[in-house]
Design a protein around this ligand. Structure first.
Ligand SMILES: Cc1cc2nc3c(=O)[nH]c(=O)nc-3n(C[C@H](O)[C@H](O)[C@H](O)COP(=O)(O)OP(=O)(O)OC[C@H]3O[C@@H](n4cnc5c(N)ncnc54)[C@H](O)[C@@H]3O)c2cc1C
Length: 448
């Protein structure tokens, strides 16, 4: 039973994460919090830096994209001690995504290994305001099944199957806004003497080269204070550019539907509670409600300051007798309110039809899960994070993967990069298979 509950809690949090505070959603979040990327350019000017890199390309790595994937990769590559130069290139000048991501406990041992855990705890919010309600067939009633879960796994064998990594009996979670996570990681990465973080984009040269020959990279700097430079045949190029990766497109990596995936449709939006929630004392309160008997669930985030309830949930009966977007919103809002009204000391609407839906505040999110057919080009280039998973199979858990299984896979890869050509090829291949397992995990897990 405990395992079952844990599993359902896991699923809830994954679903919660998938849609929480979506930057594509119409949730009025006020001014977007943003922080300037802490760029750190090389001490040598462009040409001199290029010459320095050329002396030992085996100890050079380039990472395109300073999302959680690219930045954690930089810190992980530094940890291996195998690189003198780790060059992270980011095209934006600001980290501005203010959607909140839930971080899974399985990330914690890796954060510890990379020396990030204690500072991360200070940056992120522990899940003390999250409550989980579940309606089970046994009782027929919604019961609170969890809240803040104590304890964190101190160690974890990341070489296990992805499924086994998740078979962890402890379910505490941290929540952090994406821009905050990036800023935190960027500061940690740039504090390392061999890591630089440059504003610009990369261009892959020698793209016609045979797969087993290393490609070179031009870093096209966007900084007025730093010029372009060439990196000849670096040992490793990590493409961590997110879902719309340009480098992936330039190199014609094909995107395919991930096996076992299905279309999902979600309603998402804001319900106005006309100020009733302003009385509520709990700020940033989150609640998840699942009706296991009918296989649907909803979650909401209360914003007492604005009197809004951000609602999300799955559209019922996708094919036959499908409810409208408004009906979906009202159903989910009502479910959540039923549980929250006593806690928050607010008055329930008489019926779900009394719930007010402000115009243009609701939307339908269709999820089309994709992944790259190949994860590496067989030379010195690999995809990582959302660049490998074209879209949201990792939506609700992708950041957690970038803090755990991706850096582990990358560190494992580097162990054999300087071996024989056959060893190198085998390591790249193993990395590709592991990343595909990570991407596919979400949907296979749902079926379990
Ligand atoms: C609505 C929503 C909710 C989510 N909730 C959760 C959650 O609760 N828990 C969780 O674990 N995950 C969650 N995720 C997923 C998580 O945000 C992503 O999986 C994670 O951010 C992926 O990290 P990444 O570094 O691979 O890519 P990204 O975060 O997309 O970072 C890519 C970076 O590369 C840069 N870039 C792009 N192209 C270039 C280029 N050509 N040159 C240089 N730089 C470039 C971008 O500017 C960006 O900084 C959520 C995602 C969404 C959309």
């Amino acid at each position: 039973m405990k395992k079952f509950l844990n599993h359902s809690i896991f699923l809830l949090v994954v679903f919660f994460g998938l849609h929480c505070g979506d930057h594509t959603s119409p949730v009025p979040t006020g001014p977007v919090a943003a922080s300037t990327v802490p760029f750190k350019v090389p001490e040598l000017p462009g040409q001199a830096f290029s010459d320095a890199l050329a002396k030992n390309p085996d100890r050079v790595s380039v990472i395109s994209g300073a999302g959680p994937g690219g930045l954690t990769a930089a810190i992980a590559l530094n940890k291996t001690g195998r690189f003198d130069h780790i060059i992270v290139v980011e095209k934006r000048t600001q980290f501005a995504r203010n959607n909140t991501v839930s971080i899974q406990p399985m990330s914690y041992p890796m954060l510890k290994h990379l020396g990030l855990a204690e500072k991360f705890k200070q940056e992120a919010v522990f899940s003390q305001h999250v409550r989980f309600f579940e309606k089970t067939a046994q009782t027929g009633r919604f019961e609170q099944i969890g809240g803040a879960f104590p304890g964190l796994p101190e160690s974890l064998d990341y070489t296990q199957s992805v499924n086994d990594v998740f078979k962890n009996d402890l379910w505490p979670h941290y929540f952090i806004e994406l821009h905050k996570l990036q800023t935190f990681l960027a500061k940690e990465a740039t504090a390392l003497s061999n890591v630089v973080l440059i504003h610009g984009e990369i261009e892959i040269l020698d793209s016609e080269k045979p797969a087993d020959q290393r490609r070179s990279v031009r870093v096209k700097s966007s900084s007025p204070a730093y010029s372009d430079f060439l990196i000849q045949r670096p040992n490793l190029i990590v493409v961590a550019e997110g879902t719309k990766s340009k480098t992936r497109t330039d190199l014609r990596f094909k995107m395919v539907r991930s096996p076992g995936l299905e279309n999902q449709h979600w309603c998402s939006g804001v319900v106005s509670l006309n100020g009733a929630l302003k009385k509520a004392e709990v700020r940033g309160h989150i609640s998840l409600v699942v009706d296991r008997t009918r296989g649907r669930f909803s979650f909401g985030i209360f914003r007492p300051a604005t009197g809004d309830l951000f609602v999300n949930g799955k559209i019922k009966n996708e094919n036959a007798g499908r409810e409208t977007l408004d009906e979906c919103m009202k159903r989910n809002a009502y479910d959540i309110l039923k549980h929250e009204a006593p806690f928050l000391n607010i008055r329930m609407p008489a019926s779900r039809n009394d719930i007010v839906l402000p115009a243009d505040q609701s939307t339908l999110i269709g999820i089309e899960p994709l992944r790259a057919e190949r994860i590496t080009d067989g030379s010195n280039l690999v995809l990582l994070g959302d660049a490998a998973a074209g879209w949201s199979p990792l939506g609700g858990i992708g950041a957690s993967f970038t803090l755990s299984l991706y850096p582990h896979a990358l560190m494992t890869l580097t162990e054999s990069l300087n071996g024989s050509p056959a060893e190198r090829a085998a390591a790249l291949d193993a990395y590709g298979r592991r990343v595909q397992e990570i991407i596919d995990f979400w949907h296979f897990a749902r079926k379990a």
